[in-house]
Design a binder for this molecule. Structure first.
Ligand code: ACM
Length: 554
């Protein structure tokens, strides 16, 4: 018996070597992954790019090859041999090959790894970008670093992966208004989004507490509106920390960030929140306000302000169009977010311009909506039309559904899921970011005392990793409305998030968990696997890259 055990012990490594590879930790988990036997050596590998690949994709491959050279300690060369596609088809090629395949879906990719050759295919830039992310996740984590790691085993496991996203819209909202974050920090957020295949940054750039984007026609928006005289402390109304806070992005900085995002497969969608959440603009240009409102000051405390734009004045509408004109020119994506949330209409009830506009437009109150709600509909419709002349479609928070909404708008469901379900049933495209699952400014634990101070101060409002990961976006959607669901977004509002370290703590690891809700098939979801992957694989990656994150509960 002892002898038998000794033989088994000797054979075990051989047997496991001969067995199929185990499934690597890849998050979000691919749609299809089949492991085979054997491994492919990447140290010093020859990389081949099909000559038909565009310059962007070749640059991406070169960057990856450079990283492999650096960390693997052996030069990886990149070539573009004529006839690569044919050689791949005939199985006569060696090395790591990148070849286009028009039959693959948008953002999808295929990776086939044999012992001699590994072939990566996609039909677009994003597909190749995501294939590279997946390959990096299969390599030793030191691939994310910038130092040589000669101890690591620079091999890929033989396998076949076919992958594409469940949803085309995989978003994160970053609020740079309640607290301002530097360009470097925004880029750091883009970096981690791209590892986990998120593809939309919803950039919240205007707010009561700060205007963050340079507008040539209205310089006071950043001279005055970008700075506030202190910030309230926790929920102590009337308090002020006495620290002037602010900052803004110049147009050149915005262009730089937009390009940086595009290299990572990310489209940035700007939000100019209107006609509420505009106190910083009102402080800069008080003439945009309603009769009897003001004086204005860039808001130093949180909550919803009753001070809103006077949309009864043509000059205010011209202001909005001018601002959106300049903002739209900076962001090449197809969407523009016009906000529309939390706009109290009290001031409009007594403002002569707003009442005159209501009369002129023939707006009436009925059981469906008040005349003032319909005045907001007018603003939404007018901006929708204006932005269409700039080639943009609008997205707005679910309040834009109140009253009438013109076809073609996309609704972002934040007050739970019902707004999104209703909008989709009415034929509007929707993005789900319900505060019940997707607000990652909420506490990560029901044990509030164990967490840093955050916006949700009751245990039932906590958005734990488990809760967020359990979200199924189609829940409650009628079958015939499902095609309107574009995707899912997590929202990182920053009222109580003042530092980069805390920002990352709230973002991670929840953003990694949501990536599986956004990308993977629900049948593949497995909380145990995700937790294990976080502990053993994702956290080491975050450590190497220098991110702060919340550890898992024991
Ligand atoms: C929101 O959270 N007010 C969209």
């Amino acid at each position: 018996m002892k002898k038998l055990l000794a033989i088994v012990a000797v054979l075990l490594p051989v047997c496991s070597w001969a067995a199929k590879n185990t499934v690597p930790d890849i998050m979000p988990i691919p749609q299809k992954i089949e492991m085979a036997k054997g491994r492919f050596k990447v140290k010093g590998v020859n990389v081949n790019c099909d000559p038909s690949l565009d310059a962007r994709t070749v640059k991406l491959v070169r960057q990856f090859a450079d990283r492999l050279s650096l960390v693997g300690g052996k030069t990886v060369s990149v070539a573009s041999p004529i006839g690569l596609g044919r050689a791949v088809g005939a199985g006569t090629i060696k090395g790591l090959c990148f070849v286009p395949d028009a039959s693959l879906p948008a953002e999808g990719y295929s990776i086939v790894i044999g012992k001699k050759a590994a072939v990566v295919s996609a039909s677009d830039y994003s597909g190749f970008f995501y294939a590279v992310q997946t390959i990096k996740q299969m390599l030793p984590v030191s691939i994310y670093g910038k130092t040589q790691d000669l101890k690591a085993k620079w091999y890929l496991p033989c396998c076949e992966i076919k992958d594409s996203p469940r949803f085309g819209y995989r978003g994160l909202l970053l609020d740079c208004c309640r607290h301002f974050f530097s360009v470097e920090q925004v880029k750091k957020v883009l970096d981690v989004m791209s590892i986990y295949k998120l593809n939309r940054l919803h950039w919240h750039l205007t707010e009561d507490q700060g205007w963050r984007i340079e507008i040539d026609k209205y310089p006071k928006l950043t001279e005055i509106g970008a700075f506030r005289n202190g910030t309230m402390i926790k929920r102590e109304w009337g308090s002020n920390d006495g620290i002037r806070h602010g900052g803004f992005y110049t147009k050149d900085q915005i262009r730089d960030v937009v390009a940086y995002a595009a290299e990572r497969g990310i489209t940035i969608i700007p939000e100019v929140d209107m006609p509420g959440h505009m106190v910083a603009a009102l402080a800069s240009y008080p003439e945009l306000g309603c009769a009897g409102s003001g004086p204005y000051e860039v808001r130093t405390y949180w909550g919803v302000s009753k001070q809103v734009l006077n949309v009864g004045k043509e000059s205010t509408m011209k202001f909005l169009e001018d601002v959106c004109d300049e903002v739209a020119d900076l962001f090449p994506g197809e969407y523009f977010n016009i906000g529309g949330d939390e706009c109290p209409r009290d001031e409009w009830k007594t403002d002569p311009d707003c009442q005159a506009k209501i009369k002129e437009l023939g707006l009436v109150s009925d059981e469906k909506a008040s005349a003032e709600a319909r005045l907001q509909n007018y603003v939404t419709a007018r901006m929708q039309k204006f932005l269409a002349t700039k080639g943009k479609k609008i997205i707005g928070w679910d309040e834009i559904l109140e009253g009438e909404l013109a076809p073609g708008a996309t609704v972002m469901s934040w007050r739970g899921t019902k707004g999104g379900i209703k909008a989709a049933s009415m034929g509007f495209d929707v993005i789900m970011s319900p505060n019940t699952y997707c607000y990652i400014d909420h506490c990560q634990s029901t044990d509030l005392a164990s967490e840093p101070y955050c916006i949700s101060q009751t245990p039932d409002r906590a958005v734990t990793l488990e809760k967020l990961y359990g979200y199924e976006p189609y829940d409650g959607f009628p079958e015939d409305a499902r095609h309107h669901l574009l995707g899912v977004q997590v929202n990182l509002w920053t009222e109580f998030i003042a530092t980069p370290e805390y920002l990352e703590y709230m973002l991670l690891p929840r953003m990694i968990a949501i990536s599986e809700v956004q990308w993977s098939n629900p049948e593949k979801k497995d909380l145990g696997r995700v937790k294990n992957s976080l502990e053993t694989h994702e956290f080491p990656i975050l450590d190497i890259l220098g991110y702060n994150y919340r550890k898992l509960d024991k």
